[in-house]
Design a protein around this ligand. Structure first.
Ligand SMILES: *[C@@H]1O[C@H](CO)[C@@H](O)[C@H](O)[C@H]1NC(C)=O
Ligand SMILES: *[C@@H]1O[C@H](CO)[C@@H](O)[C@H](O)[C@H]1NC(C)=O
Length: 467
């Protein structure tokens, strides 16, 4: 472990200030745990809203973000569950401002080492996805999804192009990463989509909480980062502003995030048996939802044509909604094969706790896993085993009423084969990449990279109340 003084000097030496017209990007690296108090302060000094002030057209950049060389060494040694603990004590944050293409490009450029390292090591990409799209059927499916995105949400295709140009990873691979849920299902190799994520809502007079474990492939953990972005139109108007935990070389919006309108959302993957082609890939729809500023925007996007491909569940809080009873919601979404319906949508509300009502889900609390609870559809049995275990474990806990209750559950490892806080076991390959605790009374997002039951958050960001 290095000393504070050493880190301070490394930090100062590592800052490069470049002028960059029209875009503003900052990396705030976070150092190991004993440095937390100082770095928290650093972080507040450089809070996203201040850095991304349009007047400050400065690009700050670390010399070598996140020490990629030591990371490589670490990687060489990593196997199995070891990989799932890599990156536990650091998390890069980048601030980017520009058009959709520029934001993609800057993200790709700043996170280049991480993105390249992750893509090179992501076996399903090379062993399954790339060979599949060389087949006639695979090529048709790839072109089908691409055509829909080009037609319906071209701005996000621009972000993907930027990500590819900035990171140097071919466009084909980056787009494939955005349809990996769909392709995995079509190949009937669901185990490539690690079933992922646990969400807990608490809605009471004294506590408004969303807790979320982001679970995925262990190889993603050390290469993930937070993107704080401001997207501007060609005429200079700010069109989107959000902060999102982001997978390497993937658009933000698939994990946990908040935007300038105080809309907080987290995503759980789902495992239907089949998936429609020629629809909007779920990663792209999740990205589009980052722009939603009110329930009406949100519902317009989830119902847009031609509809969603792979299903998912979205947990969302409209923190500025005037009615505390209906601002916390879960939407289950399923790709539709019925030409008269774009997407099967089932929305549900976690109401403000009412002591006169039974203590059922929806009355002051709710859990969501990677399993449809309300939409009736055949699910891939292999992919819901962990969800069933996590759900059964939740039933053994008292009703969650506070942040510490939520963290105790999200950090639970009592079920050793299928723990809630996941590190790969013989039966379950999932890895908890990060945990988010949204405290919507304090308006903060705390991010844990280690077990949230036994560790402190690595960082806490304010969720802006007003823009
Ligand atoms: C700038 O572009 C945005 C997005 O295309 C549009 O909504 C807005 O009206 C434009 N503003 C001006 C001043 O032209
Ligand atoms: C808030 O929503 C609940 C549930 O829909 C409703 O019963 C209640 O009347 C609403 N409160 C206000 C002040 O509109």
């Amino acid at each position: 472990m290095r000393t504070s003084a050493h880190f301070l000097s490394t930090f100062l030496c590592a800052l490069h200030v470049l002028l960059h017209a029209g875009m503003c990007s900052v990396i705030v690296p976070l150092w190991p745990l004993q440095m937390r108090p100082m770095m928290m302060q650093e972080h507040r000094l450089n809070s996203p809203s201040r850095i991304s002030d349009p007047v400050v057209r400065i690009l700050l950049r670390t010399w070598r973000p996140f020490h990629p060389r030591s990371l490589q060494l670490q990687h060489a040694k990593m196997t199995g569950s070891g990989e799932c603990s890599a990156g536990s004590n650091s998390l890069p944050i980048i601030n980017v401002r520009g058009t959709h293409y520029q934001v993609g490009f800057e993200t790709g450029r700043l996170m280049k080492e991480h993105i390249q390292m992750f893509y090179a090591g992501f076996a399903p990409m090379h062993q399954k996805f790339l060979p599949f799209i060389k087949t006639e059927k695979g090529g048709r499916i790839f072109e089908g999804y691409l055509g829909v995105v080009r037609q319906e949400l071209p701005q996000y295709l621009e972000e993907i192009r930027g990500l590819s140009d900035g990171s140097g990873v071919p466009f084909e691979q980056i787009f494939l990463m955005h349809i990996r849920s769909e392709i995995s299902l079509i190949l009937r190799q669901g185990h490539y989509e690690t079933p992922a994520c646990t969400t807990v809502f608490v809605n009471r007079d004294d506590a408004e909480i969303v807790g979320h474990n982001e679970d995925n492939d262990p190889g993603m953990k050390a290469h993930s980062y937070i993107v704080a972005a401001e997207i501007v139109a060609d005429n200079g108007t700010l069109v989107e502003k959000f902060t999102a935990f982001t997978y390497p070389g993937t658009l933000p919006g698939n994990a946990f995030s908040f935007n300038r309108a105080g809309v907080v959302f987290t995503v759980n993957s789902e495992s239907p048996l089949t998936v429609p082609v020629d629809k909007i890939p779920r990663y792209i729809l999740n990205r589009a939802l980052l722009a939603a500023e009110c329930p009406e925007d949100f519902e317009r996007i989830i119902n847009m044509g031609p509809g969603l491909a792979q299903g998912c569940s979205i947990n969302v809080v409209f923190t500025r909604h005037p009615n505390d009873s209906i601002k916390m919601r879960n939407y289950e979404l399923l790709g539709s094969f019925d030409s008269t319906l774009h997407t099967v949508v089932d929305g549900s509300v976690t109401f403000r706790y009412d002591p006169d009502k039974p203590n059922n889900e929806g009355n002051g609390f709710m859990y969501h896993f990677n399993k449809y609870e309300r939409i009736r559809v055949k699910q891939n049995p292999e992919n819901i085993v962990s969800s069933i275990h996590r759900q059964n474990r939740a039933k053994q806990f008292p009703l969650p009423t506070s942040a510490s209750d939520v963290l105790a559950f999200l950090g639970d490892t009592a079920d050793t084969d299928y723990p809630v806080f996941r590190t790969p076991t013989e039966k379950d390959g999932g890895c908890t990449i990060a945990t988010a605790l949204f405290d919507l009374k304090a308006m903060t997002m705390a991010v844990y990279r280690d077990n949230p039951k036994t560790s402190a958050p690595l960082l806490t960001l304010p969720i802006p109340k007003l823009f």
